[in-house]
Design a protein around this ligand. Structure first.
Ligand SMILES: [Zn+2]
Length: 415
């Protein structure tokens, strides 16, 4: 039996491996079309117009497929490669959602931890959260990465490799978050904070990328643990730990229960951000801002459901750390074309683009910028604004922030 077979994409013959997915055939035909498909800006039908899943196998030789573009707003002017070369900054990404699959397998082997797959490709596929039905289901994938992160050496290594990976796509500044609470009792709080800081320092020296560490209280855990974490975190304020955050299942677990932790952090000069408006509505954002005093909001996707709050966020220049692909995976939005990112940006919100979890969401920051360009139609000028929004929203002392903004701005102008 032949190893390859010929199918037709938009009437053009394409040779693919037997058993290849329809989306692979589309990618062989036209990479840009495959990107639109991946971002829900296009769909596939069979020869008689019945819609099919791009993940399905191509089936028999001679099969006919049509790709219909629904949301193209003029041809993309920037390639993924060009955006990879852009200087960028990222503010919202979870360390335990960013492991290299090969590293995960090595750590699991050494620690005798069972994982759902035994090759890097299969593991990446098993951990992707594409198709999760809710934020709660999305969060269950983290049990596998956390299982191999219960030693100081593993946490240090993963933090180090993470910075190398983001530096390789020209991220000049990144704030990465995790919860030390999820590494106990294997590690003490101090060990769980110092291990990633060591990895980060080493990678910063090697790459020149500047890094801030954010610690996350967890909504579903007792408020006393959040306060304990905030107390421990303030001791590391001058050595790279830049903020306190609250993460975890949002609905039914209000941020106000953790307000003492936020209050302690801000009283001691530690910045605060809070996941809100992702798994719950605008009242959750309101609480993060008004009760907990968060200076930034993680996601904030559902902000526009409260017009007055949207006004306030614009007027006070509260930065939103937004994540397009992650919001699709958690069903915060039903399609990328419906994501409010562009509307918020044009309304004057200080919004940035972020990955949330590179392994879990199967993306890089470059991919997220490319998606905003191809599926939401953001222009070159708007994308540059987004990069600068991220820099201006950094939890850095003012003099360092000014230096970051001017460095990135001159790099953007030199492109
Ligand atoms: Zn997040």
């Amino acid at each position: 039996m032949a190893e390859t077979l010929r199918v037709f994409i938009n009437e053009k013959p394409v040779e693919v491996a037997r058993g290849a997915a329809v989306r692979d055939a589309v990618a062989r035909h036209d990479r840009a079309l495959a990107d639109l498909l991946a971002s829900d800006a296009a769909y596939v039908t069979d020869g008689v117009g019945r819609r099919i899943d791009p993940a399905d196998a191509v089936g028999e030789a001679g099969a006919v497929f049509r790709v219909i573009v629904t949301a193209r707003r003029g041809p993309p002017q920037l390639s993924r490669d060009a955006l990879r070369r852009w200087p960028k900054a990222e503010l919202h990404v979870h360390l335990d959602g960013c492991l290299r699959p090969a590293t995960m397998l090595e750590l699991a082997k050494a620690q005798r931890v069972r994982l759902p797959a035994d090759t890097p490709q299969a593991l990446a596929a098993a951990l992707t959260v594409k198709g999760a039905s809710s934020l709660e289901e999305y969060l269950t994938k983290y049990q596998y990465t956390l299982a191999v992160l219960q030693t100081a050496a593993a946490l240090e290594r993963v933090a180090y490799e993470f910075v190398l990976d983001v530096a390789a796509e020209n991220v000049r500044y990144v704030e990465v978050r995790y919860s030390p609470l999820l590494h106990r009792p294997a590690l003490t709080m101090v060990q769980a904070i110092e291990a990633p800081l060591r990895g980060i320092k080493r990678a910063e020296a090697e790459t020149g990328t500047k890094v801030g560490l954010i610690v996350c209280g967890i909504r579903t855990r007792p408020a006393a643990e959040s306060l304990e974490l905030a107390r421990a975190a303030v001791d590391y304020r001058t050595v790279g730990l830049v903020a306190f955050d609250l993460a975890g299942a949002e609905r039914g677990h209000p941020a106000r229960e953790h307000r003492d932790a936020f209050a302690h952090a801000s009283r001691h000069g530690l910045a605060c951000t809070c996941h809100a408006g992702e798994g719950d509505g605008p009242e959750s954002i309101r609480e993060a801002l008004h009760v907990c005093g968060a200076q930034r909001i993680g996601h904030g996707t559902r902000l526009s459901e409260d017009a007055a709050l949207l006004e306030e966020v614009v007027a006070r220049r509260v930065p939103l750390e937004m994540c397009l692909t992650s919001n699709l995976h958690t069903h915060t939005v039903t399609a990328i074309a419906e994501h409010p990112f562009r509307r918020y940006l044009e309304r004057g919100v200080q919004a940035s683009l972020n990955t949330d979890g590179r392994l879990m969401d199967g993306i890089t920051l470059t991919d997220e910028y490319f998606l905003a360009h191809t599926a939401l139609g953001l222009t070159r000028e708007q994308l540059a604004r987004v990069v600068l929004n991220a820099c201006e929203s950094a939890f850095l002392p003012d003099y360092e922030k000014v230096a970051l903004v001017s460095r990135v701005q001159s790099e953007l102008e030199a492109l």
